[in-house]
Design a protein around this ligand. Structure first.
Ligand code: F6P
Length: 552
């Protein structure tokens, strides 16, 4: 048994879970009109309503006790003081320094990293202004109109999600596109209709070795040269964001158009660094700064608020409650906000790459569940796809709902309809519909008794399905920054409870290694060391592959 599952708070939670087995949310609400004010917390303009969870004061007390037994507060102090929390890569975890708005230093091995952080931010700002106001142009002197960010994982999902979320703030003269997939169709479609004279490529890669990104970057460069650009013009049309200066230079991008970041910024935590350059180009540096300010406000809240009123702590511990004590294997994120349509994809990397681990910090197998499968889609679309399962499926899937009081794009009553749907879904999940209620509704609708008997079991909703709702005034840059930092810290809280390293990702290595080995075999045929399935697929594909690959 691990230290976690032997802790007294864990034992108490196991016992308490049995007590809660027969408790329904509907009854909890009926018996307590004060549930909403008691089980809500607010910070940085975000109201978290967690009252529709299977929790009582006792549950929350025990979860807080678990957090204390797991030294959450000292882990949190270590995060903000530049400790090398990422032990397997021997790296500090200091992405919070990137949005540090205080005059406190952010120390790494005794040295303040803030001057370097501010220096890169100033360079970014000059570059963005230069592009926006025409001082920085393409090789023929035409202003840049299209920006293509080439990157994958953290070098794509964060800036892409934020660019989409801030669509109402976009500079109308700049269009930003993102290319991540090594599937040539992605680059092909992105380059369609682009004019190399006014196209700027940002090659974003922490390592500058990632196969997908480097393949796309080389193909983009080939396209640029084929469409009339010259070698000498590449420096004006390609910029890089990376920690690997040598590889950037080898690609042909000079130091003056390279924006660096540092190994103490994990890929999936990097959007606050120069990785946010495409966002800054889309919305301007002032707006990008507002995103950072919102994230900083959430950092301050997480760093200083007591555990029981701390939004990331509450979200993290509620997740632990369901994952470890109710065996919830999945978690849904449902933004009732079209501009947040890439949030679930972004959170998939954040949560699953961070906490999808089965050994603890010391390499011992864990005897408890860690990250669940995260999925989601914007509401109301998901109501017409996977919500059937949330309401009546055999698994209980906790869900986060996010919605703004105000729309960016008010059209008629659209926003009220959106809000009503969001509220209705969490209410329906919580209340359900009993057999008696369903029977009464069928009778009221004049359904013949034999038809009603047939339909009745299908019309029953078990209810008691938990959800959190995050409400905010409007999805402005500040609120967005705060929301993203909230989820980052939630992931940190869960990693601290589970005693895992949330900052490495060794699980992505094996597939990459095997792909490198298989690549030549698609030409030469499979080597004998493969299983019959892999070898059979290689042979089948070789027989059908069209000759050669052409450029975009
Ligand atoms: O998939 C693994 C990973 O290392 C992610 O953690 C990272 O965000 C992504 O690849 C991209 O890496 P890079 O920015 O070095 O190209």
């Amino acid at each position: 048994m691990s230290r976690l599952t032997e802790s007294s708070a864990w034992f108490e939670l196991v016992r308490h879970r049995q007590q809660m087995a027969g408790v329904s949310l509907r009854a909890l609400f009926a018996g307590d009109s004060g549930r909403f004010p008691r089980y809500t917390a607010e910070a940085c303009g975000i109201l978290l309503d967690y009252s529709k969870n299977r929790v009582t004061d006792e549950t929350l007390g025990l979860l807080m006790a678990l957090a204390r037994e797991c030294d959450l507060e000292s882990w949190r102090d270590d995060l903000f003081s530049g400790q090398r929390l990422n032990r397997t890569e021997d790296r500090a975890v200091l992405h919070t320094a990137l949005r540090n708005r205080s005059d406190r230093p952010a120390r790494l091995d005794g040295l303040d990293v803030m001057p370097e952080v501010r220096n890169v931010a100033r360079r970014m700002s000059r570059f963005v202004d230069g592009v926006h106001f025409g001082a920085i142009t393409g090789h023929t002197g035409r202003p840049f109109k299209d920006v293509v960010n080439i990157g994958i994982g953290g070098s794509d999902l964060g800036p892409l999600m934020v660019s989409e979320a801030l669509r109402p703030y976009h500079n109308p003269n700049i269009r930003v596109r993102y290319v991540s997939n090594v599937d040539g169709s992605h680059l092909y479609d992105a380059l369609d209709w682009l004019d190399p004279e006014n196209t700027l490529f940002i090659i974003t890669s922490k390592t500058f070795t990632t196969e997908e990104t480097m393949t796309n970057a080389r193909s983009a460069r080939d396209w640029f040269l084929r469409e009339g650009g010259r070698e000498a013009d590449i420096a004006r049309h390609f910029v890089a964001v990376s920690t690997n200066q040598a590889a950037v230079q080898a690609f042909g991008i000079g130091p003056e158009t390279t924006f660096s970041f540092w190994d103490w910024v994990g890929g999936r935590f990097s959007l606050w660094s120069a990785v946010g350059l495409p966002v800054a180009l889309a919305v301007g540096m002032d707006r990008f700064d507002e995103v950072l300010a919102g994230a900083f406000a959430m950092d301050e809240h997480f760093r200083t608020a007591s555990l029981d009123s701390n939004l990331p702590v509450l979200l993290g511990l509620l997740g632990v409650w369901y994952i470890n004590f109710w065996q919830a294997g999945a978690h849904a994120v449902v933004p009732y906000d079209q501009y947040l349509h890439r949030l679930p994809a972004y959170l998939q990397q954040l949560e699953m790459e961070s906490n999808g681990k089965s050994v603890d910090r010391d390499g011992r197998p864990v005897d408890y569940a860690t990250a669940p499968v995260l999925f989601g889609e914007p509401g109301t679309n998901c109501q017409h796809s996977f919500f059937q399962l949330l309401h009546q499926g055999t698994q209980v899937i906790p869900a986060d709902f996010l919605v703004a009081a105000e729309s960016h794009t008010p059209i008629g009553h659209h926003h009220r309809i959106l809000l009503a749907n969001c509220l209705a879904q969490t209410e329906a999940l919580m209340r359900g519909r009993t057999a008696e209620e369903a029977a009464a509704e069928l009778a009221a609708a004049g359904t013949p008794p034999e038809v009603a008997a047939l339909l009745l079991p299908h019309k029953v909703f078990p209810g008691n399905r938990p959800s959190n709702t995050l409400l905010y005034r409007k999805l402005d840059p500040y609120t967005l920054g705060a929301l993203v930092a909230l989820y980052e810290h939630k992931v940190f809280v869960q990693g601290a409870i589970w005693n895992i390293n949330s900052f490495d990702q060794w699980g992505v290595e094996l597939g990459k290694t095997l792909a490198r080995a298989l690549l030549p075999e698609l030409t030469t045929g499979p080597t004998p060391d493969h299983d019959s399935s892999t070898a059979g697929q290689v042979r089948w594909l070789r027989e059908r592959m069209a000759a050669g690959e052409t450029g975009v």
